[in-house]
Design a protein around this ligand. Structure first.
Ligand code: NDP
Length: 449
């Protein structure tokens, strides 16, 4: 954590540290928001008087539970799962489920905290929550994934609902997992409650363009940042980290808008393909065969695979971190700036460390934080809930148009708020303040909650 906090905010942060020991990612996410809220308290002293920030930093409810399951050899495994229902001032808790061995309460709380402000930015009626498990889906059969999902839902079902808490996907949770989770929810409750989960398959209440939404939205946001500087994505060289859901559709939209993506990665290594990443190959490897990205070179002999390579050392005009938290540090940021990068938009949540953010901001490049840049995913989840509520199903083009409008509005709100608070071009400040004020006003109107 780099910047100093306002004197009113420092004690609040110290209290967060004391009450949540060892949860370093949560501390980082809270610090990043508090760094920008000083000017809001000057304009709105009532938020300080009524301790709105202290209340927002404390989740409304945290659920931790055991998930026992059996593998294909009959061996028993015990995982731990979480659902943090952070803030419901604007609507039912909304946020994905993450399956990754690194998951613990601190990761879920950082993601849930970010989600409050992100969801507020979308302008749609959704509160903030997040969940997940330390289950590692890598190398597991479909049957094992199904048994795990069914066991998890056997506890989770009692805490969620279309008016209460609506989970979706995140790292390690895609269409397959949502299908198993929804099937078990339906079975236990004996209700076809479509709006209880989003990211569903099209044949059972899913929304067109939801799969693509986070990646597409990140690229729409990038395009808006460049437009604000009189530029565009046309002809730009782009580097995208990861090769999962967000990365794949960021690559697809970047190509559609005339850019050339030359590198992507997974947690084992990076692929550099100077003539442009062939997305059909990536989709085949990752979405169908579920293999490592290194397999890409079997199909493209002119591409290079670097085991444990650093994707940020590949020179580019635009960088889109779409893998995981803290994947881009101060050294990486300095390398990107030195190599002439002009824009960074975060498809992942909190992928840039505080040192990295500071370097981007002092270099004056266009930097779009995840809260704003990757809000397209949850926005389209909210559109899925709308379709479920009205028993309707919209076309791909109509849904994508709505997504694009939402991203344009988020960009405009962040941009204008940054100007209003005397920090033009600072999308971090713009996103945090816009999101915070919406939630704070709603909480204030509802009395002491
Ligand atoms: P996926 O599981 O589909 O893909 C994740 C990708 O990131 C994989 O390529 C994975 O590689 C890589 N990755 C994961 N962990 C690490 C790590 N520790 N080090 C290096 N690479 C890693 O997840 P998503 O694409 O859904 O999510 C990616 C990011 O986007 C996350 O930060 C998520 O929170 C965020 N996000 C996702 C949304 C969504 O709608 N899905 C919405 C908003 C944000 P490997 O396969 O080797 O693990």
């Amino acid at each position: 954590m780099t910047a100093r906090l306002d004197e009113k905010l420092e004690p609040i942060f110290q209290d967060v540290l004391r009450r949540n020991p060892g949860e370093v990612e949560f501390h980082q996410a809270v610090h990043e928001v508090l760094e920008t809220l000083g000017p809001v308290l000057v304009k709105h002293p009532e938020f300080a008087e009524r301790k709105i920030i202290q209340r927002i930093c404390e989740p409304e409810r945290q659920i931790i539970f055991r998930v026992p399951w059996q593998d294909d050899n009959g061996e028993i495994h015990i995982n731990r799962a979480f659902r943090v229902e952070f803030n419901s001032a604007l609507g039912p808790y909304k946020g994905g489920m993450r399956f990754h061995p690194s998951v613990y309460l601190g990761i879920i709380k950082f993601l849930g905290f970010e989600q409050i402000f992100k969801n507020a930015l979308t302008g749609l009626p959704i509160g903030g929550g997040k969940g997940g498990s330390d289950f590692d889906p890598k190398g597991r059969s479909d049957a094992e994934i199904m048994r795990f999902c069914q066991s998890l839902m056997t506890e989770l079902y009692r805490h969620i609902g279309e008016y209460t808490d609506v989970p979706a996907g995140d790292i390690g949770v895609g269409g397959r997992e949502i299908g198993y989770l929804f099937g078990q929810y339906k079975r236990i409750t004996n209700r076809y409650e479509s709006g209880v989960l989003t990211g569903k398959g099209l044949s059972y209440g899913g929304s067109r363009a939801r799969t693509e939404a986070t990646g597409y939205g990140t690229v729409f946001f990038t395009q808006e940042m460049l437009k604000a500087r009189g530029d565009s994505l046309e002809g730009k060289t782009v580097v995208v980290s990861g090769s999962g859901n967000v990365a794949i559709y960021a690559i697809e939209k970047a190509h559609e808008l005339g850019a050339k993506v030359i590198a992507c990665s997974d947690s084992s290594g990076i692929i550099v393909h100077e003539s442009g990443i062939d997305l059909d190959t990536v989709k085949r490897i990752k979405e169908v065969e579920r293999r490592r990205i290194s397999a890409y070179t079997e199909f493209h002999k002119d591409a290079k695979y670097v085991e444990a390579g650093n994707i940020w050392s590949v020179p580019c005009d635009v960088a889109l971190p779409c893998a995981t938290q803290n994947e881009l540090n101060g050294t990486d940021a300095a390398t990107l700036v030195k190599n002439g990068c002009i824009a960074v938009a975060e498809g992942a949540n909190m992928p840039t460390t505080p040192e990295g953010i500071q370097i981007f901001q002092s270099a004056g490049l266009a930097y779009g934080p995840g809260k704003a840049a990757n809000a397209g995913g949850v926005s389209t989840s909210a559109l899925e809930m709308q379709q479920n509520a009205s028993r309707d199903s919209w076309s791909f083009d109509f849904t994508q148009k709505r997504l694009e409008e939402i991203m344009i509005n988020i960009h405009r709100d962040c941009f204008e708020t940054a100007e209003e608070f005397g920090a033009p071009g600072n999308y971090v400040l713009g996103a945090n303040i816009t999101g915070f004020i919406k939630v704070a006003r709603a909480m204030d109107a509802m009395g002491l909650i």
